[in-house]
Ligand binder design. Structure first.
Ligand code: NAG
Ligand code: NAG
Length: 286
C-alpha cells in the first residue's frame, strides 16, 4: 500500500510540474500573442484568442485628432535585427489578399530592370535581377486590396502613405534572384537624387518551397571585411511565407545610407516567389 502510494506520487509530481510549466507558457506567450491582435482585424483577434485561450484585453482609447483612429491598433512584429533595422510581421496580409494581388499583377508583368548609374544610358542588368515585375498603385486595384495593405504599411512604418512609391509586384521563378544591393541610391554612384528611399516593406505573396530568401549579408557588420561576392546567399535570411511582411530601413536617422542594409533575393530553388514591395521615400511621391 505504502509502496504503491509512493509510486503514484512519483508519477504525479512530474505531471504536476508539466501542468505548471504548460500553464505558465500559455500565460506568458499567450499574453504576447493576444496583445498582437489588431482591433478591426477579425481574423487576428480570433486566432490569438484560440491560441491563447484568453479573453480580449480592453485597451483604453484616447480622444484623437482629425486624421486619427478611434482605437489603439496592435500588429504583431519581431525585431530581426537593429543592424540593419529589420522587422518581421507574421500574417500581415490574409491569403485572400495575397491571391488578389497576384491576380491583379499577373497580366502586367515585365522583366525587372535596375537603376541607371551615372555613366549609363541604358540599364545594364547582367543577370543581377532576373525577376519579372509590375508597378501597381493602389488606385489601379479595383478590389481595394492594395489600398488596405498600403494603409497598414503606413501604420507600421509610421510614415505617410504619400511618401510611398507604387507597389512593385515581383515574380521570381526557379533560378531567378536579385543579387545583393542597396535600395537607397548613393549620389556618388547614381548622381544627384531628388529624394531617397528610406524604408522598404516586402509583402510575401507566396510560400516558397526552397530558396528565395531575402538575405542581409552584412547583418551586424558580418562579412564586410571579406571580399563579399554579391551573388552569395550568406548572412541573415528571411524565408518567404505567404502573407508575412518584412520591413527594413536603408538609411540611418542622420540620413546617410546604412551599409548593413545591403540585401538580396536568393535564387528560388523550388516553387515560385511572389512579393509586393513598397519603397518609402523621404519626399512625397506624385
Ligand atoms: C555584433 O557586432 C559587434 C561589433 O562587431 C560585436 O561586438 C558583437 O559581438 C556582435 N554581436 C553578436 C551577437 O555577435
Ligand atoms: C550617421 O549615423 C551612423 C549610425 O549611427 C554613424 O555610423 C555615421 O557615422 C553617421 N554619419 C554622419 C555623417 O553623421
Amino acid at each position: 500500500m505504502k509502496a504503491n502510494r509512493a509510486g503514484r506520487t512519483k508519477v504525479e509530481l512530474p505531471f504536476l510540474l508539466l501542468c505548471c510549466s504548460l500553464s505558465f507558457m500559455v500565460g506568458f506567450f499567450g499574453s504576447g500573442l493576444f496583445l498582437q491582435g489588431l482591433p478591426g482585424d477579425g481574423w487576428a483577434r480570433r486566432r490569438s484568442m484560440e491560441e491563447a485561450g484568453a479573453d480580449e484585453v480592453e485597451l483604453p482609447a484616447m480622444p484623437h485628432g482629425l486624421t486619427g483612429e478611434s482605437n489603439p491598433a496592435l500588429i504583431a512584429f519581431q525585431v530581426l535585427s537593429w543592424k540593419p533595422r529589420a522587422f518581421y510581421f507574421p500574417k500581415f496580409a490574409t491569403v485572400d489578399q495575397c491571391q488578389t494581388i497576384i491576380k491583379t499583377a499577373k497580366s502586367r508583368l515585365e522583366p525587372s530592370t535596375v537603376a541607371l548609374r551615372k555613366e549609363e544610358t541604358v540599364p545594364i542588368n547582367n543577370g543581377i535581377r532576373t525577376s519579372s515585375g509590375a508597378f501597381l498603385s493602389a488606385s489601379e486595384d479595383s478590389t481595394g486590396t492594395l489600398e488596405q495593405i498600403e494603409k497598414k504599411i503606413a501604420r507600421v512604418t509610421m510614415l505617410p502613405i504619400e511618401n510611398g512609391e507604387a507597389f512593385n509586384v515581383l515574380r521570381y521563378e526557379t533560378g531567378q534572384r536579385y543579387a545583393s544591393h542597396y535600395d537607397a541610391f548613393s549620389p556618388d554612384v547614381y548622381g544627384p537624387q531628388e529624394s531617397h528611399r528610406v524604408a522598404t516593406f516586402i509583402l510575401y505573396l507566396t510560400d516558397v518551397e526552397e530558396g528565395g530568401e531575402t538575405v542581409f549579408p552584412f547583418e551586424n557588420g558580418s562579412n564586410m571585411d571579406i571580399k563579399y561576392d554579391y551573388e552569395k546567399c550568406i548572412g541573415l535570411k528571411v524565408k518567404p511565407r505567404k502573407g508575412d511582411g518584412l520591413l527594413f530601413y536603408s538609411m540611418f536617422t542622420n540620413h546617410t545610407i546604412d551599409p548593413t542594409s545591403l540585401h538580396g533575393s536568393c535564387p528560388v530553388i523550388k516553387g515560385q516567389k511572389w512579393v509586393a514591395t513598397k519603397w518609402i521615400r523621404d519626399q512625397i511621391q506624385d
